[in-house]
Design a protein around this ligand. Structure first.
Ligand SMILES: NC(=O)c1ccc[n+]([C@@H]2O[C@H](COP(=O)([O-])OP(=O)(O)OC[C@H]3O[C@@H](n4cnc5c(N)ncnc54)[C@H](O)[C@@H]3O)[C@@H](O)[C@H]2O)c1
Ligand SMILES: O=P(O)(O)OC[C@H](O)CO
Length: 296
């Protein structure tokens, strides 16, 4: 198998580098140097035929502008989020630099810490090009089952939106609202995600499978999720900046909630849970949000 370059050595970049090393030669780079044998300078990694980019959604546009040079690479995007400042999906950002047939997007339930332990995992590689999705899917190790799909927009929306519902689920747990409320929130969250996706031409299948329901069930039911932990913090009355400092890792649900709020306003799409998450991030009382959702 060919050489794969991973860009971004946060939790997910590190886990993907580790997993992909089972069958491939993998090198990794990041802003901060790491004492790993396969750590290399960005220039060298950019020369790889296949790149896996794990830089968060809120930073990727700037990073591409400053550092990326297209020379025919195929790229697997590992981030899950919508750009808050513009409401742009990752596909829209990347395709300014890379032909769409060279782009693939990774989705599905996948905590990095479990991948690092080689626990069984199932993921979807989504690309408009069957060749590109097939090539990336074949790179994954034996403990990761991969599927392929052409529903790029569905996978992207599902992966980003579930982070916002996970924040809501953390709030639900933090307020001790019980299992009935948690299950209702997850179920209605899935309906909301799918309705939003449909407005962009996504298929229902993506939301019922690993990219949607699978990742939502994982993230919205475990304090291993950073987004869920943001919700726990909000329920305790902490503000988002304090919570982000305490967590110390990226929570894509925050930026994505702001992006969804903007899109919902512009396009007149009904997103009750995401709208309440946005309002809570802006300081609304979680109990008032609950009341507004229940009495709606
Ligand atoms: N951790 C997981 O379990 C997991 C699983 C699936 C998907 N993801 C997604 O992967 C993405 C990355 O998450 P993570 O867990 O690695 O986050 P993390 O907080 O562990 O690391 C973020 C990484 O991004 C890099 N980064 C941040 N700003 C940058 C910039 N301006 N330029 C270059 N690099 C920059 C940081 O240096 C760091 O290496 C997110 O979109 C997340 O939703 C994470
Ligand atoms: O820890 P989170 O909330 O960023 O979630 C990580 C992954 O997206 C789970 O699939």
């Amino acid at each position: 198998m060919g050489k794969i370059g991973v860009i971004g050595a946060g939790k997910w970049g590190e886990a993907l580098s580790y997993a992909l090393s089972e069958k491939n030669e993998v090198i990794i780079t990041s802003r901060t140097s790491r004492p790993w044998p396969n750590f290399r300078a960005l220039d060298e990694v950019l020369k790889c035929e296949y790149l896996v980019i794990a830089i968060p959604a809120q930073q990727i546009a700037q990073w591409l502008k400053e550092h990326f040079v297209f020379s025919g690479q195929k790229i697997l995007v590992a981030a899950k989020g919508i750009e808050a400042s513009s409401g742009r999906f990752l596909n829209d950002i990347y395709k300014e630099y890379v032909p769409e047939e060279n782009l693939a997007f990774l989705s599905g339930p996948s905590f990095a810490v479990e991948v690092m332990k080689k626990l069984p995992t199932a993921l979807v590689v989504n690309s408009l090009s069957k060749d590109t999705s097939g090539e990336f899917a074949a790179f994954f190790p034996s403990f990761i089952r991969t599927y392929t799909s052409e529903d790029v927009i569905g996978a992207e929306i599902a992966g980003a939106y579930k982070n916002v519902i996970a924040i809501a689920a953390g709030i639900c747990e933090g307020l001790s609202l019980g299992h009935n409320a948690a299950a209702s929130l997850i179920a209605r969250g899935l309906v909301e995600m799918e309705r939003f996706g449909r407005a962009y031409g996504a298929t229902q299948e993506s939301f019922l499978g690993l990219s949607g329901a699978g990742d939502l069930f994982l993230t919205a039911s475990s304090s291993m999720s950073r987004n869920y932990r943001v919700g726990l913090g909000l329920a305790q009355g902490k503000d988002k900046d304090t919570i982000c400092i305490e967590i110390g890792e990226v929570s894509e649900g925050i930026g994505t909630a702001y992006a969804l709020h903007e899109i919902a306003q512009e396009r007149g799409i009904y997103l009750p849970i995401a709208s309440e998450v946005y309002a809570i991030l802006e300081g609304k009382s979680p109990r008032q949000s609950l009341k507004d959702l229940i009495e709606r």
